[in-house]
Design a protein around this ligand. Structure first.
Ligand SMILES: Nc1ncnc2c1ncn2[C@@H]1O[C@H](COP(=O)(O)OP(=O)(O)OP(=O)(O)O)[C@@H](O)[C@H]1O
Ligand SMILES: [Mg+2]
Length: 210
């Protein structure tokens, strides 16, 4: 599964807008710090100077971006992040926690926008050089609830503005990815309380710490 037996784990968080990914990333980071586990936190898109610039483009509500260039922009950010940040940290023996990774592209640009899954997988394999997470936490949530949570924060970004049907396809896409790889995914009901979720995430993370 990992290709890196005995190594520190690479853990990703996935799920729709407002599911609580960033909240749980912070909770896991606190748990890792408390246990004295060296770790690195990052996020997509972003995490490098290139990724930060690409993030601004992707989230700009004023821009119209077609599905393929949208996917390629995410992939550009991801490729730079894997090369410059994630692989070096794993090589130093640090656990890596990433807020979104390639499953988001498969769900949003694949299931959501309708790009062919085989194309996305081929390009993703190149962009990541095959680096697959050891654990992916999917915070599953009714998109209407997630969009309400996100809206409470203020002006919607470009993706939060997409319609509910799009976000419903994205949710189904995430669940299909999880069903196809049950050993990698931990699917959690994101309506549960943050403490409860954090405890289950920490148990799953600990099981992957060597
Ligand atoms: N388990 C939870 N139950 C209820 N509300 C939550 C829970 N976790 C987080 N929230 C709240 O929901 C909102 C979104 O949380 P958060 O920013 O962690 O989600 P996210 O998945 O990172 O969102 P985005 O996709 O927009 O980055 C915040 O106001 C947060 O306080
Ligand atoms: Mg977030």
């Amino acid at each position: 599964m990992t290709g890196r037996p005995g190594a520190a784990p690479f853990i990703t968080f996935e799920g729709p807008e407002g599911a609580g990914k960033s909240t749980q990333v912070a909770r896991l980071a606190a748990a890792l710090a408390g246990a004295g586990v060296p770790h690195l936190l990052t996020r997509e898109p972003g995490g490098t100077p290139l990724g930060t610039r690409v993030r601004e483009v992707l989230l700009d509500p004023a821009l119209s971006i077609d599905p393929l260039p949208e996917f390629l922009l995410y992939s550009a950010s991801r490729a730079q992040l894997v090369t410059d940040v994630i692989r070096p940290a794993l090589a130093r023996g640090e656990a890596v926690v990433c807020d979104r990774y390639f499953d988001s592209s498969l769900a949003y640009q694949g299931a959501g926008r309708g790009l062919p899954g085989a194309l996305l997988r081929d390009l993703t394999r190149e962009a990541t050089r095959g680096l697959t997470p050891d654990l992916t936490v999917l915070l599953d949530l009714d998109p209407a609830v997630g969009l309400r949570r996100a809206a409470a924060r203020g002006q919607p970004d470009r993706l939060e503005q997409a319609d509910l049907a799009f976000h419903t396809r994205v949710r189904a896409g995430f669940l299909a990815l999880a069903a196809a790889e049950p050993g990698r995914f931990l699917v959690l009901d994101a309506t549960r309380g943050p403490d409860d979720l954090a405890a289950e995430v920490w148990a799953a993370a600990q099981a992957r710490l060597t």
